[in-house]
Design a binder for this molecule. Structure first.
Ligand code: AR6
Length: 346
């Protein structure tokens, strides 16, 4: 099952276990630790007092008391000391140990805060990368729904390089769209005035694209409706399964790489005319590492297109043209730009 990055207070997340970014005494503190103890009530502290603390990079489990989840897994992240003191290994260990315990207690869903990303001072973009990479490699061999919970959106950071690359790409693409629109207005002032700037630039493009399609659709009058239906194109589901075979992937490899839930994949596999959501369709295109043209083709089969009139589509295009098919990195970027994420269970 997949990773979902969400914005919430972790004490409100519906799941089997939430993870606490604790300190080595396990006796409570500020930040997410304080929020969890407050929401769980005094029983949590009483149980924690019997645990004898916890070492950095390790984890311990308690009941959840007044929280709606079943368990709290307490882990102690490393304090940031410049990055040369084993911080990375210790932080990875926090995620791995917490997940090991979650498996032991049959948890199907777990929510993590950004461990060490607050008081302990770990640079947030690095803390997030470690969280996503460690969880993603755990999910290769396990089925679990894992939430990374971001409390304060302003504290959420993707790498500066990625952020500025995407911002520049968005700016350039919008500039291109305006340029086409203005040229159209200059060439056809009366029609141009009827268009509302700027989103109709794509309407204009769509008009251009649709014109030849309309004339060719009108031509074959002789073909009966039955003939046309019998020559129907390959469906989304058929294209997906064909591409999985062509790429030499297994189904499991594909839906995991797409950050898609197993049940959803089975539904698509079993229903030749399944219509996925746009985010699911793109998630599979990314998992299959399709080119931009192939991605557009696959999307069309699900009834969607990529345009330059919204950020979501431009961000997807940015990653595909840069041949970066890491769905988790794409989702981090989408989250940073307040867009819907790819995959999961829709
Ligand atoms: N839900 C989700 N995330 C939260 C919440 C919340 N309710 N509250 C804060 N965060 P921190 P650390 C985020 O400082 O860096 C404690 O005092 C916060 O924005 O809680 O591992 C312990 O007792 C940040 O991104 O944990 C330790 O002494 C992330 O949770 C020490 O802090 C982690 O911030 C642990 O420091």
């Amino acid at each position: 099952m997949p990773i979902s990055i969400i914005r919430n207070d972790i004490t409100k997340v519906e799941c089997d276990a939430i993870v606490n970014a604790a300190d080595p005494t396990l006796l409570g503190g500020g930040g997410v630790d304080g929020a969890i103890h407050k929401a769980a009530g005094p029983g949590l502290l009483l149980e924690c007092m019997k645990l004898g603390g916890c070492r950095v990079g390790r984890a311990k489990l308690t009941k959840a008391y007044d929280l709606s989840c079943r368990y709290v897994i307490h882990t102690v992240g490393p304090k940031w000391q410049g990055g040369q003191n084993g911080e990375r290994e210790l932080l990875e260990s926090c995620y791995r140990e917490s997940l090991r315990i979650a498996v032991e207690y049959n948890c199907e869903s777990v929510a993590f805060p950004l461990i060490s990303g607050g008081v302990y001072g770990y640079p947030k973009d690095q803390a997030l990368r470690i969280a996503v990479d460690t969880i993603a490699s755990f999910l290769i061999d396990h089925d679990m729904l894992i939430y990374i919970v971001i409390y304060d959106k302003s504290a959420f950071q993707i790498s500066e390089k990625l952020f500025s690359g995407i911002t520049a790409y968005i700016d350039d693409t919008y500039v291109d769209a305006h340029f086409i629109y203005n040229r159209f207005r200059r060439a056809y002032p009366s029609e141009g005035n009827a268009l509302a700037e700027p989103q109709t630039v794509t309407d204009f493009k769509a008009c251009e694209l649709q014109a030849p399609m309309c004339s060719s659709m009108a031509a074959p009058k002789a073909a009966s409706l039955a003939d046309m239906v019998s020559q129907m194109d390959e469906s989304f589901s058929q294209m997906l399964l064909r591409k999985i075979d062509e790429k030499g992937m297994t189904d499991v490899e594909c839906y995991k790489k797409a950050n898609v839930d197993r049940k959803l994949f089975s539904k698509i596999r079993g229903d030749v005319s399944y219509r996925p959501s746009k985010t699911t369709a793109i998630a599979f295109a990314i998992a299959l590492e399709l080119s931009l043209e192939e991605t557009k083709d696959m999307l069309m089969k699900a009834g969607f297109a990529l345009s330059h009139s919204n950020k979501f589509d431009i961000i997807i295009e940015y990653f595909i043209t840069n041949e970066n098919y890491n769905i988790f990195e794409i989702n981090e970027a989408l989250f940073a730009f307040d867009q819907s994420l790819l995959g999961v269970g829709r």
